[in-house]
Design a protein around this ligand. Structure first.
Ligand SMILES: Cc1ncc(C[n+]2csc(CCOP(=O)(O)OP(=O)(O)O)c2C)c(N)n1
Length: 574
């Protein structure tokens, strides 16, 4: 069997339904084999970075590694931002790069390059992958491919890169029967004594909270998580990547925490006496820089599959090292053997904070469209969407603060990498994972211009993306930073920066579009956007340039002290 045909059949056996690529000489064999493979769609995009983000999106949604292919040299190097995004946000992915023929490789020679477009992608990818391997001999291919898929989904998921020289791709290899789906490895079972101690502490705490992170999703444990939360009856705050572990209207959902978290959620953490952290690495964007204030005298139990993530920034936590899936199975089993009465006073305290600090009033002094209100209206109109995928910037934070996610709607964003340009291509991958189901993209005018070319992929494949570009005519998040720390010198964010009319641009691509400039016209614009759920649509929403994301943890302050230092609504006018 030809090696490239083997790769294509192996991908289908793993449940991979599409691969994302930009063509190039060193990848033609693989693309040709994928094209001829039943059950596999080749999605041709227009930048390898977009192919990588699309694979990342596919992997996050399905739990099956997303696959992107790229040619040697510039193609492979263009993948890297997306490879890093999968690595930092733990999404399973396998990146396959074509390499020049083995007899054209420079090897140990003291030269820069031998073959045309030869580049050492394996070394470049090493720090941002779980593993990066070059296939040196055709007969190694089956074993390396299997190892790549297993590693991508085992433990904390992430990307693996396989570099396959062109002559290896076209070689004949021996195979042994139909390919099998590789299985994941959840590690050693968890000690029930540690869980019993945790459950005892949860029961005796008077103001306990669960902090859920992206690890709950990457462990494929959302259903278990919801069952556990129901069993222990404890309110849940989430990190940015954990935003969709509970629907917005879940009675135990207590909001999104962090640098731009809901004010009530940060205050609730500040008042808690016990925090159970599940699959979250407590990074600076969640806790603020004042780690002492975050820990205080609170009991913190931290469950994670990576030892290095626990007692890292926040010290004094009780670390339980476990993959979340077996942890939750055991924790549900033990928690069902006892009664966890609802903590009514604590729940009422959190509710009071929520009512005191409505998200839509944080920005009440700015003219024009209120972005938090917009997010509520957008999500109310978008119940048919399978997912909301954001780019990076202020709009990302407004979305995290104020989208009302329903049922199993997903929220995807570039967390650790924080890569502008993620939204549109990641939404392409998300939509390919749910063919026919619409997906909402939320982007800013700056980041949208980084992968705007993928509008052509949307049109070519008739992908039902509902694209909302929040156009504040600036790189808003950095402009807000310059406002605070650079005396309003807005170079490169507003001065010297510009954006086109996105509605007219969408029209040029053949996508229906509309621009809205007032709060009053949003409802009818959303109706139009959803008039045909099966078609792409671009809605450009004009927002005042000086609109900030509030609340925001004030630099150097504890995470409970957020800008603007406003008074609660109840004290307004006093
Ligand atoms: C690839 C990349 N380059 C630069 C940045 C730094 N950065 C973070 S947010 C931001 C502004 C984004 O502007 P826009 O997309 O218009 O969104 P807004 O903040 O206005 O909502 C910039 C430049 C980044 N995160 N990623």
């Amino acid at each position: 069997m030809r090696a490239s045909d083997y790769v294509a059949s192996f991908l289908v056996a793993q449940g991979v339904r599409c691969v994302f690529e930009v063509i190039g000489g060193m990848i033609t064999h693989l693309v040709d084999s994928c094209h001829r493979q039943n059950g596999l769609k080749v999605v041709s995009v227009h930048h390898e970075q977009a192919a990588a983000f699309a694979a990342d999106g596919f992997g996050r949604i399905t739990g099956i590694p997303g696959v992107a292919l790229a040619t040697s040299g510039p193609g492979a190097i263009n993948l890297l931002t997306g490879v890093g995004s999968s690595y930092f946000d733990s999404s399973p992915a396998v990146f396959i790069t074509g390499q020049v023929n083995r007899n054209e490789q420079k090897g140990d020679r003291a030269i820069r390059q031998l073959g045309f477009q030869e580049a050492d992608i394996v070394t470049m990818a090493q720090p941002i992958t779980k593993a990066a391997w070059k296939v040196e001999k055709p007969e190694e291919l089956p074993q390396l491919l299997e190892a790549a898929f297993k590693l991508a989904i085992s433990g904390r998921p992430g990307p693996v890169l396989l570099d396959i020289p062109m002559d290896v791709q076209r070689a004949e290899i021996q195979t042994f029967g139909p390919e099998k789906k590789v299985s994941t490895d959840c590690g050693t079972p968890i000690d029930p004594v540690a869980i019993t101690e945790l459950l005892n502490a949860l029961n005796s705490a008077s103001r306990p909270l669960i902090l859920a992170g992206g690890g709950v999703r990457s462990a494929q444990a959302v259903d278990l998580f919801r069952e556990f939360v129901g069993a222990v009856n404890i309110p849940v705050v989430t990190s940015l990547l954990g935003l969709d572990v509970l629907p917005y209207n879940h009675p135990l959902r207590a909001g999104f925490i962090g640098s731009y978290g809901n004010r009530w959620a940060n205050l609730a953490v500040g008042s808690s006496d016990l925090l159970l952290v599940l699959g979250s690495r407590l990074d600076i964007r969640q806790t603020g820089s004042d780690t002492e204030a975050f820990k205080k005298d609170r009991l913190i139990f931290h469950v994670d599959c990576e030892a290095g993530e626990m007692n890292n920034r926040i010290r004094g936590c009780t670390a339980i090292r476990s993959h979340l899936y077996p942890f939750l199975v055991e924790a549900i089993c033990l928690s069902k053997q006892r009664h966890f009465p609802a903590k009514h006073t604590w729940a009422a305290e959190i509710d009071k904070l929520r009512i005191q600090w409505p998200d839509i009033l944080e920005n009440k002094d700015r003219p024009g469209i209120n972005p938090n209100r917009l997010m509520h209206e957008l999500s109310e109109a978008s119940t048919r969407a399978a997912a909301f995928v954001t780019d990076v910037g202020q709009h990302q934070m407004w979305a995290a603060q104020s989208l009302d996610l329903q049922g199993n709607q997903r929220f995807l964003t570039s967390g650790g990498m924080g890569a502008m340009g993620f939204g549109l291509p990641a939404a392409v991958g998300t939509a390919m994972a749910n063919p026919g189901t619409p997906v909402v993209v939320i982007a800013g005018d700056g980041g949208f211009q980084l992968n705007i070319q993928e509008l052509q992929t949307v049109v070519r494949n008739n992908i039902p993306l509902k694209i909302v570009v929040i156009n504040n005519q600036c790189h808003g998040m950095v402009r807000q930073f310059q406002q605070s720390y650079f005396d309003e010198r807005y170079h490169s964010t507003y001065w010297g920066y510009s954006a086109p009319s996105f509605a007219r641009l969408a029209h040029a691509y053949g996508i229906e579009s509309l621009t809205v400039e007032s709060q009053a016209s949003i409802a009818s614009a959303l109706d139009l956007m959803w008039a045909d759920p099966s078609r792409p649509f671009l809605l450009e929403v004009m927002v005042d340039t000086l609109t900030n994301v509030y609340p925001k943890i004030a630099f150097g302050h504890p995470f409970t002290e957020m800008e603007p230092f406003a008074k609660p609504i109840a004290m307004e006018g006093t």
